[in-house]
Design a protein around this ligand. Structure first.
Ligand SMILES: [Zn+2]
Length: 692
């Protein structure tokens, strides 16, 4: 942003602005400008978008050669999904309960055991086959994922050869076979599974070698094992698509059914196991001292060491020990084990917040991890939805950051002794407990409902934790890089088809930017907060589609936001509205400013304009998005008490206008410095109204 204003004017103005926010003016008249001989709205192709097409990246979902031709992400309303965005009166979803019994063999680096899946068909459909997810098959030679992502990339397989070995498959006690296709498998049923409550039981023995680099979602590092995607899981059967049997390539995450999961891990006797759910046999695997410390931690707002630094030593111990966990109302479970974990815990409003780490690798940063976990759980519970589970665990390891119900994997400290080096990831991964662990969207197809919503809520946490932090500008910069590097694609693009280098921008930061901008400029903070919470509550422990989100926001706000979804979700269009000119007129002693604005891309946006007047006062002009209904140029006629000497679009900064060079005219007011995206926190707090 160029700053051409003189220091004296700037200081005077800052003083004036600080004292009082400018009055908001309504234009006397807004005209759509017509270019003689041209169409009223001649489409302007943004250079970046043209370049993207030239580079072969889709510019809209219609130009994505692999896009589905239907609109499953936004189906028409029906008994299952209401027009309002809420679950309909006939909403149903399947249920999958598991009992898993495995042994961790650290000599062979294998996990082996059995799984029993009790599957309930709540759908109105008779099922003649079921699909399972076999994620470990990503490590079979020649897997689809190994062809899509380079071996040495984050999601790559690093040349590791593994995959599931499955034996003794039975359905309802009768032997059967599975048709395996890469990372999914279909079991044809001898007896059809009846609708509305029909049940079947699938059992099998299985094993897999644990990859060292499990596509940055699991793995091992010396004696540490971080175990996830570790048992055959039911694919989701839903009302939108039927079976969701999209393969696991590595980059796209998961879509899973809810249920209760009992799991048992037998590990070398010296190992401590941390995991999703609640430990069921503490008396067998923990010492009396550890149990007493845990009881104390559950009442303590400060961190209590369950295994102290002095006690966290790997001592060779013969034999094995069996840990039993139970997790209720979850879509998955994961666990980790090491012989020398330190283990800290603290109370977070009735939730046990825990941290497990090998201090030599994790660093002293991790001594703060239990507190960071507790803070995160407390804050998101206050802001969005009460954390529904009894505990929350952070484990330090080689995985960069990965989330599972009640359990997250976070990288080692870097720098090792700086707690700030892990806070962002601790906060982010536990943020996933809300999206998608509580609100169970389809991550494999829609990263923005998972990473995007999480990055959005993370912004509130980051600005709350460290006043003065303003991550918004960095998000925009990251999004801009994908446009400039011609690797962008619409947000509706499934994550496996987003360029790997663009995933951080398109899966996480662009969605956060456009949600923050929607909240600040279009819907308004109080209404958006209410709508976003409404979506969270409506779809907790359910499977929302993108359309359910769009409909909920539109219904709570009463706004038609099709233009916003079209621009930022379905295309790669960017916003570029500029000031063409400001002219002054004198009519009957009244100063009148005529402000010509131009929309340089297909994206409209409500106008917020701050005028600097010759008398050194400022005045704001606000216009709704509908002013762009008739064309791409408008002239706003505004009565002012003194001639306009400068004008600035979006003076408060939370607008992703791509081209800032045309956002100012004359001697404009400066852009608000270090604007935080979430100023004032959530409106629920401002209004003092109880959170739902
Ligand atoms: Zn994430």
């Amino acid at each position: 942003m160029t700053r051409s204003i003189s220091t004296a004017i700037l200081l005077a103005l800052l003083a004036a602005c600080a004292a009082q926010r400018p009055q908001v003016l309504t234009p006397v008249r807004v005209d759509t400008a017509r270019t003689p001989g041209a169409a009223a709205s001649s489409p302007v192709t943004p250079t970046a978008a043209a370049a993207a097409v030239a580079a072969g990246r889709p510019r809209t979902i219609d130009t994505d050669p692999l896009a589905r031709v239907d609109r499953m992400e936004w189906p028409g309303p029906n008994g299952t999904r209401a027009a309002s965005g809420a679950p309909g009166p006939e909403y149903w979803q399947q249920r999958a309960d598991y009992t898993i019994v495995v042994t961790l063999d650290t000599a062979q680096q294998r996990v082996a055991g059995s799984v029993t899946i009790r599957y309930t068909n709540n759908s109105p459909d008779t099922l003649r086959f079921v699909w399972l997810q076999l994620d470990q098959n990503l490590y079979r030679p020649g897997s689809k994922g190994s062809m899509l992502f380079p071996a040495d990339s984050r999601w790559g397989v690093r040349g590791f050869e593994g995959g599931y070995e499955i034996e003794g498959l039975q359905v309802n006690g009768r032997p059967t076979t599975m048709h395996v296709d890469d990372t999914v498998g279909r079991i044809d049923l001898d007896q059809p599974l009846v609708p509305k409550g029909g049940r079947l039981t699938i059992t099998m023995n299985y094993a897999f070698r644990v990859p060292e680099h499990g596509s940055d979602r699991m793995g091992r590092d010396g004696t540490l094992y971080e175990i996830a995607q570790w048992y055959p899981r039911m694919a989701v059967y839903d009302d939108i698509r039927g079976w969701n049997a999209d393969p696991y390539f590595g980059q796209g995450e998961f879509y899973l059914e809810y249920g209760d999961i009992d799991y048992t891990v037998t590990a070398p006797a010296g190992y401590t196991i941390a995991g999703s759910g609640v430990l069921q046999n503490a008396a067998e695997v923990l010492t009396a001292t550890q149990r007493e410390r845990l009881a104390r931690a559950s009442r303590s707002d400060s961190t209590v060491a369950i295994i102290t630094d002095g006690e966290a030593r790997a001592t060779p111990t013969a034999g094995t020990r069996t840990w039993r966990f139970r997790a209720q109302n979850v879509r998955d479970v994961a666990w980790a084990g090491a012989p020398d974990f330190r283990w800290d815990a603290a109370n977070a409003n009735g939730v046990l917040a825990q941290a497990y780490y090998q201090i030599a690798k994790a660093g002293k940063a991790w001594e703060q991890a239990a507190e960071q976990t507790a803070w995160t759980i407390r804050n998101y519970s206050e802001l969005f939805y009460k954390y529904p589970y009894p505990q929350a665990t952070s484990v330090a390891g080689t995985v960069g950051g990965m989330e599972y119900p009640m359990f997250v994997m976070v990288h080692y400290g870097d720098p090792k002794d700086d707690p700030k080096s892990i806070f962002g990831t601790v906060n982010h991964e536990h943020g996933h407990e809300w999206f998608p662990m509580i609100v169970g969207s389809n991550e494999r197809r829609y990263a923005w409902q998972d990473e995007g919503f999480n990055t959005y809520i993370n912004t509130f946490a980051l600005e709350r934790r460290t006043p003065g932090t303003a991550p918004y500008a960095g998000y925009v910069t990251n999004w801009r890089q994908t446009v400039e590097n011609r690797i962008d694609s619409p947000l509706m693009t499934p994550p496996d088809r987003i360029a790997a280098r663009a995933l951080g921008a398109l899966g996480y930061r662009k969605p956060a930017v456009v949600l923050l901008a929607l909240r600040d400029n279009v819907v308004g903070r109080a209404t958006f907060d209410r709508a976003f919470r409404e979506y969270t509550h409506r779809w907790a422990f359910k499977h929302p589609s993108p359309g359910d989100f769009f409909r909920t926001i539109e219904n709570v706000s009463g706004m038609d936001l099709g233009w916003y979804w079209r621009a930022f979700w379905y295309s790669t269009d960017v916003l570029d509205i500029g000031i063409d000119n400001v002219t002054m007129r004198q009519q009957q002693g009244q100063n009148t400013a005529v402000i010509a604005l131009r929309r340089n891309t297909p994206v409209p946006f409500p106008i917020r304009l701050r005028l600097l007047l010759k008398d050194n006062t400022a005045q704001d002009v606000a216009m709704p998005v509908e002013v762009w209904s008739q064309g791409d140029r408008i002239e706003a006629v505004i009565a002012v008490k003194s001639p306009v000497i400068g004008a600035r679009l979006w003076p408060d900064g939370i607008v992703p206008d791509w081209n800032t060079t045309n956002d100012a005219w004359g001697t404009p007011v400066p852009v608000a410095a270090s604007a935080t995206a979430t100023t004032g926190g959530l409106s629920g707090e401002i209004e003092g109204r109880p959170l739902p």
